[in-house]
Design a protein around this ligand. Structure first.
Ligand SMILES: N[C@@H](CCC(=O)N[C@@H](CS)C(=O)NCC(=O)O)C(=O)O
Length: 234
């Protein structure tokens, strides 16, 4: 049975998993679009695949896996072991794992909270949130400077680059100027230039998010269990 990725077109974790699947070509897989707007991830049926009711989810012949980092690691280990995208040397792999966790716990967390959560839900951008964005950017800039490599975790593309690019892209969605972070800016622009097929996946997600930023969506029909929604009278 072909690998299936339950996928959100404008979800950064989904974009990263798709980029890994595509970078490991030839690897057959199918994308199954899940509509956040229609709450397709909030159903009992979806909860059987992922009790967290979050997208993405990978289905591999009856095996269901959520959490984008676990998905990216699994795909590499199972289908292309030894591939440079996810190195096997302990130190090289540790750096990749570090960047993946830094992104998940800090960089993505702080950037998504400030940039796009206020687009989809009734949240405000706060000075405290802005401080966190600058701290996260400063940390990532420091990591890039200290390692001194062309990519986030090595002198070649690894699975760590994808989620870090998709987090950074969120800043572009809201035209946030991060040019003062020289290493982040160079790494991000180099990724776009050197990995155009991967970047095209991020760019499509960014286009959808920019549309939502220009026309705030009304998700009040979801009765979301966690996030406050706004009703928009049209
Ligand atoms: N840690 C998870 C996060 C996944 C996640 O938050 N996905 C969002 C879409 S980008 C989602 O499905 N949220 C469900 C909701 O807010 O109802 C991962 O990396 O896979």
């Amino acid at each position: 049975m072909v690998l299936k990725l339950y996928y959100l077109e404008d979800g950064p974790p989904s974009l990263s998993c798709r980029q890994v699947l595509e970078a490991l070509e030839p690897l057959a897989f199918e994308l199954v679009n899940v509509s956040f707007y229609h709450g397709e991830h909030m159903t009992e049926e979806f909860g059987k695949m992922n009790p967290q009711k979050e997208i993405p989810v990978l289905e591999d012949d009856g095996f269901f896996l959520s959490e984008s980092v676990a998905i990216m690691q699994y795909i590499c280990d199972k289908y292309k072991p030894g591939n440079r995208l996810y190195p096997t040397d302990p130190k090289a792999r540790a750096i990749v794992n570090h960047r993946l966790l830094f992104n998940l716990t800090t960089y993505y967390h702080d950037l998504v909270t400030y940039t796009i959560m206020p687009i989809y839900f009734a949240y405000e951008r706060t000075p405290e949130g802005l401080k966190r964005v600058h701290r996260a950017l400063d940390l990532f800039d420091t990591y890039l400077q200290r390692l001194g490599t062309s990519h986030a975790a090595a002198d070649h593309l690894t699975i760590a680059d994808f989620p870090l690019v998709n987090s950074t892209m969120l800043l572009e969605v809201i035209d946030f100027d991060f040019s003062q972070y020289k290493h982040v800016t160079k790494w991000y622009n180099d990724f776009k230039k050197n990995h155009p097929a991967s970047w095209a996946v991020s760019a499509e997600g960014m286009r959808l998010m920019k549309n939502c930023a220009a026309n705030l969506p009304d998700l009040s029909h979801l009765n979301h269990p966690l996030h406050p929604t706004r009703s928009i009278k049209k």
